[in-house]
Design a protein around this ligand. Sequence first.
Ligand code: THU
Length: 144
Amino acid sequence: MIKISDDNQLIQQALRMAQKAWAPYSGFRVGAAVLLADGTVVGGNNQENRVYPLGSCAERVAVNYARANFPERQIVAIAVASPDSDEPVTPCGGCREVLLEAVRAQQGADIRVVMADRTGTRVRTALVTELLPLAFAFDGKNRT
Ligand code: THU
């Protein structure tokens, strides 16, 4: 766990995390770094499994670690990057849903998603709510 602040440092941390990914099946290593409101950064990387559907994306590993260990701290941003990609890595649909859970149900504040390529210089940014328009809106309160 380290304390950092700007996007570039967050991307560099995501790229460092990608070096520790377990991705022998796809060969596509991904790292993620989550910035919490107090400046704490927690990381994750993709963890694949020989039973392919059991693998986890880097973003989900990082966000769930943050939620599990620091549920009271707001998630401000997440960087995602891969040393195996010439283009910025964009989160899959499932990870967008997981991020939206934090935004809508848990913290009520949007999260910046910083997406980068292998060099950390080709960068796109978007809010989670922009990445998942027309999201499923069930709030869990409709049961009788
Ligand atoms: N992957 C991630 O970890 N994050 C993404 O945003 C896209 C895909 C992983 C899943 C799998 O281990 C590998 O990349 C190839 O799809």
